[in-house]
Design a protein around this ligand. Structure first.
Ligand code: SAH
Length: 220
């Protein structure tokens, strides 16, 4: 029974997932381990049962508390952008949400530290990841704009909500050679940015326009 729940049937079946993978390839995702993670992560388990049949559409879906599960293309794009220079040992994720991005990324890195400001979402994410037997994740309930000092430095940081301007603390917790992928800007004008820390300074690249929920302060 558990197997069928993970593998899915009908609109959550392998064939439906393959169509999503095909679409992501057409949109330019090339990293095979990322595509493989998207194929093998049961996204239908991260949304309400009523939305399960839409889980493999390439769209964001509501997860309660005014938040959304990220669109698969965006999860793939951010994960690919983060991993482009090679394997990562210690990664920080800000904005766990329902844990879908966490589940895609965690098996591809050494260790993933993830912070979410809404406690009920974090609890649900923990439960899902436990169910999927993903064990290299450390969770924190709180405001991730200050990073996670005791676990720093990170060789990768991924932010799943948009600040108006880049929080300096995140850059400071990035080690030399490390990369930070983050949507920056006000609603309607956000750009996905990648910052790479070098010996001398920080390189910044734009990866295109995106639409994320805002990065908020405090706990929800
Ligand atoms: N990638 C997630 C979706 C993230 S939506 C998924 O796949 O489900 C963005 C999340 O960031 C929301 O859950 C929101 O509560 C959280 N968030 C917003 N501001 C935050 C902050 N300052 N610290 C931690 N989490 C934050």
């Amino acid at each position: 029974m558990a197997d069928l729940r993970f593998s899915g049937i009908g609109m959550t079946s392998a064939r439906t997932r393959d169509r999503l993978i095909q679409r992501l390839r057409e949109q330019g995702i090339v990293n095979l381990s990322v595509l493989d993670r998207i194929r093998n992560t049961p996204r239908h388990l991260f949304v309400d049962e009523a939305l399960g049949s839409r889980a493999y559409e390439d769209t964001a879906l509501p997860i309660g508390f005014g938040q959304t599960i990220s669109q698969p293309y965006i999860v793939a794009r951010m994960t690919e952008a983060l991993l482009e220079a090679g394997p990562l040992r210690n990664v920080l994720e800000v904005g766990t949400g329902c844990g879908y991005q966490t589940a895609v990324l965690a098996p591809l890195v050494g260790r993933l530290c993830t912070i979410e400001r809404i406690g009920a979402l974090l609890d649900r994410a923990k439960e899902r990841l436990r169910e999927l037997d993903i064990r290299n994740v450390k969770f924190q309930h709180g405001d991730g704009s200050g990073g996670w000092k005791s676990q720093a430095p990170f060789d990768g940081i991924l932010v799943a909500a948009a600040p108006l301007a880049l929080p300096q603390a995140l850059l400071e917790q990035l080690e030399v050679g490390g990369r930070l992928v983050v949507p920056v800007g006000p609603e309607g004008e956000q750009e996905l940015m990648r910052f790479t820390r070098g010996e001398q300074g920080v390189r910044r690249e734009s990866l295109g326009h995106v639409a994320f929920v805002p990065l908020l302060g405090g706990r929800g």
